[in-house]
Design a protein around this ligand. Sequence first.
Ligand code: PLP
Ligand code: ZN
Length: 404
Amino acid sequence: MTIKSLQCRECKKEYVPTFKYICDECFGPLDVHYDFPSVSKNTFANREHTYWRYFELLPIAEKSNIVSIGAGMTPLIRAEKLGQALGLNNLYIKNDSVNPTFSFKDRPAGIAVSKAKEFGLSSVGCASTGNLAAATAAHAAKGGFPCYVFAPSDIGHAKITQALAYGANFIAVDGTYDDANRIAAQIGDSKGIGIVNINMRSYYVEGSKTLAFEVAEQLDWQVPDNLIVPVGSGAMLNAICKGFEELENLSLLGKVSGMHIVAAQPRGCAPIVDAFKKNSSDVIPVENPDTIAKSLAIGDPGDGRYVLKRLKQYNGYAEESSNREILDAILLLAKTEGIFTEPAGGVAVAVLKKMVEEKKIDKNDSTICYVTGNGLKTTEVLMEVLSKPETIQADIAKISAMVR
Ligand SMILES: Cc1ncc(COP(=O)(O)O)c(C=O)c1O
Ligand SMILES: [Zn+2]
């Protein structure tokens, strides 16, 4: 690839692509703009089964700087049984829960850590609601970087354990994600740490574009009708849109303007849904998020207003789901498709169900539901609704009587 510039999303001022993420003029976020080489569908056809197959469309200059743990090219599953249960004839699950660290965050984290290597930084880190901690720590381990994770102390046990196992320095902040994020921003800038989702954010978000590239390729370069996307900060939803638009501009896809995009948030932390329903462009932060979907518990979403813009652009919707609806959706997905997701994926499936019930999605449309994290990371929330099996004496007669 060749990066042309970093361009301010607001005032469009262009900058030389360095270790920089905010516009000096208006404090707007900077996005990567490219001079793409000419590519065709065949360029990617027989490449490795990771998101690095799209190297020409990603912001890394030298292949030698790639830090890869084999993420991406996750299955796009034709979900016939879940589709039947919901009343959809053409439903697909993008199962990103099977990435190496078990969430989609391996995509942005891998790009940011590779870019940190390209910039010659000496350490990396992140502010995390849980999944990014593991993804950053694993890529840091592979790339040989010290890693600093800043996260609220109440994220799930499995997520903390996982990041520690990869060798991260884990700073468990007594506060919300937004508190952890503020601290990470200040420490990152003062100590020159590449905080993947803050001062490396322009490059970081580019990784999530590959959620668009893969779906397009897996659909044999057809444009889907609907996308259901779980939303925390909104970075992933924006990046997916950018990805589809880049494919159209490269003539790899037809017009993408007919897609509909649905933003899914959990009740108790749904500031974007609130703004959407009030038809307001102001996202009012939620001070104390309260939801079982902890990975989406971002009260002050950095890309919130850009998500609202995307929903306008793509005739989309924003909807929320309650804790109970999230748990029911996790079990429905597990029991119909054999896919076990964490609450973030449950939020997407629960909101999809509402969209069908409210006839906002046509039953014959091609619909992609992004399932972004793995259920094994959050088993504690499910034990609220599943009963722990009773221990039975190892007696054939007794046990045989229990089996039909
Ligand atoms: C599993 C999962 N899905 C979705 C999201 C939302 O991503 P974003 O913050 O880019 O909106 C997150 C964020 O942490 C996540 O961990
Ligand atoms: Zn600007």
